[in-house]
Design a protein around this ligand. Structure first.
Ligand code: SF4
Length: 409
């Protein structure tokens, strides 16, 4: 099978104003003074990556780029693909200046090329931007915002220790629109102690009123080592039952469906044309570049991660001769079997599901040949349905998705 060359890039910006009570992401509060050096390090890594992965870029014509459709990519003369999606995640990328974001985009353009219409997403935290800054991000080339609203209930936001209240979240939505952004996503969190269905309804009312075209839904997960975990002793069921959490999820998904949204992935709903192209790339198990501390990459057959220590990352990349081993840690080279399993697990997350023809084209054998036993078991349990050449989760399967995913681990 031809190897796919990455046409997406993830950039991790690890700075935050302060740590939220539930967060175990790699982010550092109060290190923003290092942002300038960090951006320099990112740009250097971007420039070095082609030489670090020269075999995966396959100038030997083994690579293929996505072609056709609105998210097509173009092959470059050297065998790689121009970027069709770029995603600044964090952390809080909106703490960087527009000039710093522009610098990173410039380095990506120079090194890999950027397709016309490339989706460039920036995660934004309310309380870190104003209309002027958002306009500068827009002018720098950012064309999609993912806003960490979480809730418009001040009690809930306080429980999560978010840095913003509901009025600053509402303000950032208006400012984003005024700055020219149309492609806006808002995050909503569910299953938070103290959160009621009424509070979820009010948040959703406002997002619908503002005609936000994309909403991501997350249920609170208590991660060990976080203040919320300590507060609730890891036993969230005492405060929010699974049933209450599911009730909120069903309320939001059915209301959004009635309002014309497509439930295109378990945790994501969008109006047609506003599906996240970058995240869809992950769910199609396609390769991608990643830059910055702690970021995970998938290039060629290699999956790996970056060093997590900010000082080490910056120091390693400021050396004249940079040793790849100081920055990247390859973790696994996926076998064909592992790739098939991963493809199934990711495919089942999406509304499209696992399409027999696409699977066969990609892996050279029928999906039933690879996973007959698993598929039959899931169909008998009412978790998966098979129709028109596609396997996808049933409604019951969406609620019990982990029971399906476990078959492909
Ligand atoms: S803003 Fe996001 S990354 Fe930063 S601490 Fe809060 S949840 Fe974590």
């Amino acid at each position: 099978m031809p190897e796919m060359s990455p046409s997406s890039a993830y950039i991790h910006i690890p700075f935050c104003v302060k740590k939220c009570a539930y967060c175990d992401f790699l982010s550092f509060p109060s290190c923003l003074e290092r942002a300038g050096e960090y951006v320099e390090a990112l740009c250097k890594e971007i420039r070095l990556t082609p030489s670090w992965f020269s075999s995966a870029r396959a100038a030997d014509a083994k690579t293929e780029c996505k072609s056709g459709g609105s998210d097509s990519s173009q092959a470059r003369g050297d065998g790689g693909c121009a970027l069709r999606t770029i995603y600044f995640g964090g952390g809080t990328p909106s703490l960087l200046s527009a000039a710093q974001i522009e610098k990173v985009i410039g380095a990506l353009r120079e090194e890999f090329g950027i397709t016309e219409g490339c989706e460039i997403t920036l995660e934004v935290n309310p309380g870190t931007v104003n209309e002027e800054k958002l306009s500068s991000f827009f002018a720098a080339g950012v064309n999609r915002l993912s806003i960490g609203v979480q809730s418009l209930d001040d009690k809930v936001l306080k429980e999560l220790s978010r840095i913003h209240d509901s009025s600053s979240a509402k303000k950032v939505i208006s400012e984003a629109k005024a700055a020219g952004f149309i492609n806006i996503s808002c995050d909503m969190m569910l299953g938070i102690p103290g959160q009621t269905l009424e509070s979820v309804k009010e948040t959703l009312d406002y997002l619908l009123f503002q005609e936000i075209p994309h909403i991501s839904l997350y249920s609170l997960i208590l991660e060990e080592g976080t203040p919320l975990y300590d507060r609730y002793g890891g036993d969230i069921e005492k405060f929010v039952t699974q049933e209450e959490d599911r009730k909120m999820y069903h309320y939001v998904t059915s209301r959004l469906k009635k309002n014309g949204f497509i439930h295109y992935e378990i945790s994501n709903m969008a109006r047609e044309g506003y599906e996240s192209r970058h995240n869809s790339m992950y769910w199609k198990a396609e390769p991608y570049y990643a830059f910055g501390v702690g970021a995970h990459y998938y290039i060629g057959n290699e999956r790996g991660r970056h060093v997590e220590d900010l000082d080490t990352y910056i120091a390693s990349l400021s050396r004249e001769e940079v040793d790849r081993k100081d920055v990247l840690f390859p973790e696994e080279t996926l076998s064909e079997e592992e790739k098939k399993k991963e493809y199934m697990m990711l495919g089942f997350r999406t509304r499209i599901g696992v399409v027999e023809d696409i699977y066969e084209r990609r892996f050279g054998e029928k999906v039933e040949r690879s996973f007959e036993e698993e598929l039959q078991k899931e169909i008998s349990a009412g978790l998966v349905v098979h129709e028109d050449g596609v396997y996808r989760l049933t409604e019951k399967g969406v609620d019990l998705a982990n029971q399906v995913f476990i078959d492909y681990i």
